[in-house]
Structures are given as structure tokens and as C-alpha cells.
Design a protein around this ligand. Sequence first.
Ligand code: F0G
Length: 352
Amino acid sequence: MFPGVIDRYREFLPVDDATPSVSLGEGTTPLVRSSSIGDSLGCRELYFKLEGCNPTGSFKDRGMVVAIAKALEAGKTRIICASTGNTSASAAAYGARYQLETLVLVPAGEIALGKLAQAMAYGARILAVNGSFDEALTTVKGIVESWDIELVNSLNPYRIEGQKTGAFEIVDDLGGAPDILCIPVGNAGNITAYWKGFKEYRGIGRIGKTPKMMGFQAAGAAPIVRGVPISNPKTIATAIRIGNPASWEQAEVARDESAGLIEMVDDNAIVEAYLRLAREEGIFCEPASAASVAGLLKLPELDVDLTGKTIVCVLTGNGLKDPGTAEKRALVELEYVEPDVVSVMNLLASGK
Ligand code: F0G
């Protein structure tokens, strides 16, 4: 049996004997070597960290499991979050398993179908707000000030603690730190968490150097790159359609301390990377996740030398989360045919 994140990295997490045992088998996700994109860039080794293999299909489970364990330890009975979809799916799953009433606020009409389906199936109460993710998060912050309900957004420090285990796993699998980590940036919790993880491993001498943190926002939702909040963020990558990230400053710290960068990639580049991952690597991730690879593909233009480098791209969520984008952007037409050998062979022979 797989240990979950808490059992695997207990010594690095704020848990003790009083903390309830919580797990859905999260973490220990595959680190898969690139078979094509890496060679085309001339780097030494390129890997993809498949966070879509977590129990609810995204990296959020790593942090959620710790947030939930600590909420239970504190005797909480309710949890709440604002979400572009994945956090709500993860909160709803752990909430269901540990009998916590779960309230999620999502921007109406802007959540990918798979994520909404998850929150519904797990039985969360779903409030679709007539506004953006940023407005939903502001509302949630107001609610937790006056009501006894646990906030499970990444403003909850236990979320960051859990998510830093992604960095630990990369180092444990590679036997050292990569030179560069490429990661999508939305609310900026994950880049903050990975940086914390790498620094902790450096602190105990597990690695001698830390990777350069390279964060990527979508061009229509790139407040950190542009240096101002965006009131009406837009991108096909709905997971990172965020105009005023909660961990903005920490993301800048990660960038600056690691001598990395935070850049933006446009929707066409995101879709191109998304399809290349699927068709050249056999990896189906959601559009926000592909922003890390779109960013990597842009690095040579930004004069970042990739020769001889070991690089990891964090693919944060599963492609099945967002079937609508695949349907719209993969541009594959179904070929209808009668169910017999002659019809199928005739169709194939017709050369169409
Ligand atoms: N990738 C995916 C698939 C995400 O769902 C998110 C964030 C990110 C990247 C960005 O991570 O916010 O830590 O910088 N999703 C949040 C949510 C906002 O509500 O599910 P971040």
C-alpha cells in the first residue's frame, strides 16, 4: 500500500500523535522522462511530474490532506474555499471522507466540467458566484472572519506544508535537485510551496543547490508579470484565471531567491504545448498545467540556456478535468461507420 503524503514525509510536516490519520493515497506521483520535447530543446534531461495522478486528479490533494488533518485535530466540522475548480474538487473529496461539511465558492460558468462534476459527486455545497475567482476568495476570507469554518485555500499554511512534498519527491526520485523547475502560477501557492520544499532539503543537506524557479502565468491573467492586479483575467486555462494572487509576494521571493523568473505564455502557446504533450509524449494534462511546458518552450527566446540542464515541468492537473478544451482544440472529427468489417475496410481504403 502507498503511504500518503503525511506518512511518507511525516518528519517534515507539522503533525504529531494527536493529528488524526488522513489519507486518500495522495502523492508519490510519477516523474516521467520526456521522450521528445526534451531532445528538441537540447537539454540533458527533461521530466514531467504527473500531479494529475493524485486521487482527485490534481496537486491540490497534497496540501488538502494536511489542511484536513489539522482541521480535524482542531475539532472543526466545516471547511470552505474559493476555487477555479481543483481546490473545490479536492476539498469536497476529503470533506466527504472525513464527514466535514464542505462549502465551495466558484466563479459561475468558468469551471471546467470535470471539476464541477467532482464537487457535485462528492456532495459539496456549491455556490456559483456571479464574479471572478478573486472576488470569491475575498468573500471567503470575509466569511471565515465571522464564522467557525476552516479555510482550505492555500492561504491556509498547512496547504503549503503539504504541497512542498512535491519538491521532496522530485529530489528523492532524481537523487538530486534539477537545474530548473517550470511551474504554472495562478494563486501562487504552489510555486511558494515548491520553493519551501527545496529550501528545506537544502537546509538539511539533502541537496547542495536549489533549482531556478520558473513560473508561468497565462498572458491574459498575468498580474505578477505585468506588475498590477488584473480585474478581468481571461485565458483558456481556467485553473489559473486569477487576477490578484494571494501569494503574490512569496512567488516573487521564490523567483528572486532562486535567480529564476516569472513570465507569461499566451493561449495559443498553451494549447500548442497541451497538444504536443498529448501527441508526442502521451501525456494528457489540463491547459493550466501545459503552461509550464509552454513556458519551457519559450525559455530559449528569453535567452535562458538549456544546454546540459536537468529540467522538471510540474503538470499540475489531469487532462480529463477539462474535456471541453480537448473537444474544441484537438480538432479531431469522429468518422461514423457501420459496424462491419467491409464498411470499416472500405472507409480506410477510401483514403479519407
Ligand atoms: N494548475 C492547476 C491545474 C490548478 O488548478 C492551479 C490552481 C494552478 C496550476 C496554479 O496553482 O494557484 O498554487 O499558483 N488552482 C486553484 C484552484 C486556484 O482553485 O483550484 P497556484
